[in-house]
Design a binder for this molecule. Structure first.
Ligand SMILES: [Zn+2]
Length: 433
């Protein structure tokens, strides 16, 4: 009976033992997964005898930071049940100072996203700023052929090269660099390459004033400012433009926009080149004397009509519009200097006659005395488009005759050109006195 009873309960006992065994095996398997990780971390710690271990047991979060000496740091963050191992990139800086008893709410150190500096002192992104920027909210005009850079340093990338002068919004300034906006991007231009400042953008917000093709530039700030603005117009350009424009405002009489000018009989030098050479020297002389100078062009390859040149002078608020030319005659013996202005009966701007005549006389007399050239006269005429459109006192200086062998020789001479420039500048000084 007893044996029978045992036999009867044996299957239940065996079944129970099997269930217990299965339960134990399942439990052991789960245990292996986590102990593998802990073993791995533990072995790394063991290998590093100098490592400092900071560990803290928190109720919910456990943070452990193992710091090794050569940057092979391992950070272990145990959040709740899952143990996560994070291996940061090499050279990540972790403060080696032991953290005493972290606060219960302490966050694990934020993970550096990029490579950290090996320097233990945290440094901000290095920017080569030498000088502070003064905030600005206006417009500047650049010289032609200038670079706009990503940062205030020639070490930074060139964002754009401006072939022609441009007016740009200015947001910052120091003696070395000017911060401007170009095509919605903030960039920098070397301050000496900025030629002038303005309150307004131009019509299209991004061009030289009053002409689409001009290179009008304004130069200022070198000499002690004397408060006067002079517009210099180097006559002609590489190619004339025979399209017509009115001889004066409202006139039905039309004249070619700009002619190609004369050239030296012997040297073959084009008048437009000579005019620009002298005009650039004059610009520098006037700026040195404290004038603000507006150039209608600073290169030869432009297309600016005579009326447009007058408009440039007016728009710039010039108080004198000085147009530089050289003369020619079929009579090769003719030589000497003359200036040109309107008559006192000019239909368009006779109110400028007195001042223009004064400017013409002053420049003629002073150029003659500085060069020793023959004094011809002031020619009063209303046939010049660029004079008729003028809104400020105007004169044309005919520096000499390129058709006369002796005078041509002088005109192409650097020293003689300097004498002409001094004469013009003295004449302008006299005009403003
Ligand atoms: Zn000319």
């Amino acid at each position: 009976m007893f044996n029978n009873k045992i036999l009867k309960i044996m299957p239940y006992v065996l079944g129970g033992l099997i269930l217990v065994l299965i339960a134990v095996l399942v439990f052991m398997k789960l245990g292996d997964d986590s102990s593998e990780k802990e073993t791995k971390v533990a072995s790394e710690k063991t290998a590093d005898k100098d490592a400092e271990t900071i560990s803290s047991d928190l109720t919910d979060d456990k943070t452990r930071i193992d710091t090794a000496d050569e940057g092979k740091d391992t950070k272990v963050v145990d959040s709740g049940a899952s143990l996560t191992e994070i291996k940061p990139e090499e050279n990540i800086e972790i403060d080696p100072t032991p953290i005493p008893e972290p606060e219960p709410e302490v966050e694990p150190e934020p993970e550096p996203e990029t490579e950290a500096e090996p320097d233990p002192t945290p440094t901000p992104t290095p920017t080569p700023v030498a000088l502070e920027f003064e905030d600005k909210d206006d417009y500047v005009e650049t010289k032609s052929d200038v670079n706009l850079r990503q940062g205030p340093s020639t070490q930074t990338d060139v964002v754009a090269n401006l072939k022609t002068a441009k007016r740009l919004k200015r947001t910052g300034y120091n003696k070395e660099w000017t911060r401007v906006i170009y095509e919605d991007k903030e960039c920098y231009i070397y301050t000496p390459l900025v030629t002038g400042t303005f309150d307004e953008p131009t019509e299209d917000g991004n061009a030289a004033p009053s002409t689409q093709t001009g290179t009008a530039t304004l130069t200022t700030g070198v000499g002690t400012p004397n408060g006067h603005i002079v517009c210099i117009d180097p006559g002609h350009q590489t190619k004339g433009n025979s399209d017509k424009e009115p001889l004066g405002p409202g006139s039905s009489e039309m004249k070619a926009k700009v002619s190609s000018g004369t050239s030296g009989n012997t040297s073959g030098l084009a008048e437009y080149k000579l005019n620009l050479t002298v005009s650039l020297k004059l610009r520098d002389e006037l700026v040195a004397r404290g004038y603000t100078v507006v150039m209608t062009r600073e290169i030869n390859d432009v297309d600016i009509s005579n009326a447009e040149r007058a408009k440039i002078a007016a728009d710039a608020g010039a108080q004198a519009f000085v147009r530089i030319h050289a003369n020619s005659s079929s009579d090769t013996s003719v030589n000497g200097v003359e200036t040109i202005c309107m008559t006192n009966e000019n239909k368009y701007n006779a109110e400028l006659y007195t001042s223009s005549r004064k400017l013409s006389d002053a420049i003629l007399n002073n150029v003659v005395s500085s060069t020793g050239a023959k004094k011809r006269y002031v020619w009063e005429t209303d046939t010049m488009t660029g004079i008729n459109w003028a809104e400020v006192p105007v004169t044309i200086l005919e520096m000499g005759y390129m058709s006369n062998k002796d005078e041509e020789e002088k005109l192409i001479d650097d020293n003689y050109q300097n004498k002409i420039v001094l004469g013009i500048a003295d004449g302008i000084d006299e005009f403003f006195r």
